[in-house]
Design a protein. Structure first.
Ligand code: HAM
Length: 426
């Protein structure tokens, strides 16, 4: 029997060094845009009490009923790898009484998210999200700002071919009447619905809109629409939100079936969809959740946010041919031979690095030819040759790999000369 090769878990990915600069580019733009809109970073644990997600997202959502990575720790507590970040941020917000510092708190996060989903293009069991949560304001101007921000982020990343779809899912005042209306309608369609949807029709009718079964979608064609059944306050909010989107020049489309798969949403729901992504076409999505904080034990506090998948952003960048500038790589490769050369090399290497110059060398004392080949492969713009004759003169030879120029520099003060030549900041 051969040795079994261990592979990464299904639905996960390794980020290899060649892809790092694309990730870094995306993360840099994210942090820059977060700063521009006055969001500050928050980091919370990767796992939380399972109850947090059940309470926040709702028992009949796909995430809670099918997709959570839930496990018992050694003391028997039920924990769950975070399937999103909104409940976690609210948990931390309440735990640290962040509301007492300021009325409107704007937080952002970047990190891994876990959902047990069927893997396919653009859908993973571990993905990474950038998200924001603006906690403490019910103003529709904030809803418009949040959508503007996500669109501006995509613009800065060079993404095109995107569309904003929006809806209003009402509030706890108008939802019960709508639910009754929808339940009534679904009662006439029971035979066309899948087993899941029949259950949803009873327990949580709005969730039937999450179903991907073609027969269920067809049965919903004539269903009453939530955005046509809003109370006056929700209708006003939706109208102002749309007017402000128009004012910011954002194209949008009202999509009455958009309900966003989580129970906590109230009023505004939105998604940004891409022409390039196929079935998993949402690059980002979010909405308002004016009751969540209260339902987790806090004071009534309106809030809104979005999440956007980094993998999906990178996929659209790829499709759209967005080029990313090279990161500052290795500046100098030291080529040394004989024990004395190696000794001098190690000393210089340390001094270069402390001086802010990215440098490396081969400790194996391999042949000159193989060291030069390695320098070439690494693409260092300069190589420094620590040859015997030069060493005797207290110098080394610096070769500019682009121009082929060679010059002798004093070992004393070599770091300073190289810093100037490579423009290292240090
Ligand atoms: P979500 O729509 O479930 O919302 O996820 C947000 C984004 O994460 C999606 O638009 C997509 O880009 C990415 N995403 C989700 N699942 C996967 C997956 N399996 N593989 C790859 N990418 C994925 C939320 O999570 C809410 N917490 C957003 C929010 C914040 N609402 C209010 N505040």
């Amino acid at each position: 029997m051969g040795i079994m090769k261990i592979q990464r878990p299904r639905g996960t990915a390794d980020m290899l060094p060649d892809e790092a600069r694309r990730w870094h580019f995306v993360e840099d733009v994210i942090r820059q845009v977060a700063m521009l809109y006055n969001y500050r970073e928050i980091r919370t644990p990767i796992f939380e009490s399972t109850d947090l997600f059940i309470k926040s997202e709702g028992e009949s959502t796909d995430i809670v009923s099918k997709q959570m990575y839930t496990f018992k720790d050694r003391a028997g507590r039920s924990l769950t790898l975070r399937p999103e970040m909104t409940p976690n941020v609210i948990r931390a917000y309440l735990e640290h009484s962040l509301n007492q510092k300021e009325k409107l708190i704007k937080l952002y996060y970047v990190g891994p998210i876990f959902r047990y989903e069927k893997p396919q293009a653009g859908r993973y069991r571990q993905h990474h999200q950038f998200g924001i949560e603006a906690i403490g304001s019910a103003e529709p101007a904030l809803d418009a700002e949040v959508v503007e921000m996500i669109m501006y982020l995509y613009h800065k990343l060079g993404l095109t071919g995107l569309k904003a779809i929006i809806n209003s899912v009402g509030c706890r005042k108008c939802r019960p009447a709508y639910n009754a209306l929808l339940k009534n309608y679904l009662g006439t369609k029971m035979r066309e619905l899948c087993a899941d949807c029949r259950r949803r029709a009873e327990a949580n009718p709005l969730r039937v809109f999450d179903c991907k079964e073609p027969l269920c979608s067809a049965a919903l064609c004539q269903a009453p629409r939530v955005c046509d059944n809003l109370c006056d306050a929700c209708r006003d909010h939706f109208r102002t939100f749309r007017a402000l989107l128009e004012e910011s020049g954002i194209d949008y489309q009202v999509t009455p079936e958009l309900v966003r798969g989580l129970d906590y949403y109230t009023r505004t729901a939105f998604e940004i969809v891409s022409e390039d992504l196929g079935a998993q076409n949402a690059v980002g999505g979010g909405g308002r959740y004016d009751d969540l904080i209260e339902s987790l034990g806090g004071p009534p506090t309106p809030a809104i946010g979005f999440g956007t998948g980094l993998e999906r952003i990178l996929m659209v960048m790829e499709e759209r041919g967005v080029a990313v500038a090279d990161e500052g790589a290795l500046s100098v490769y030291l080529v040394a031979w004989e024990k004395e050369g190696m000794d001098a090399g190690r000393k210089l290497l340390r001094s270069l690095r402390r001086g802010g110059v990215s440098a490396d060398m081969d400790y194996r004392m391999s042949s000159l030819k193989s060291q030069l080949r390695r320098a070439d492969r690494l693409g260092a713009p300069f190589i420094l040759l620590l040859g015997k004759d030069e060493r005797a003169r207290g110098t080394a030879k610096l070769r500019n790999m682009k121009t082929g120029d060679e010059r002798e520099i004093a070992l004393d003060g070599a770091t300073e000369s190289i810093r100037q030549l490579t423009g290292s900041r240090g």
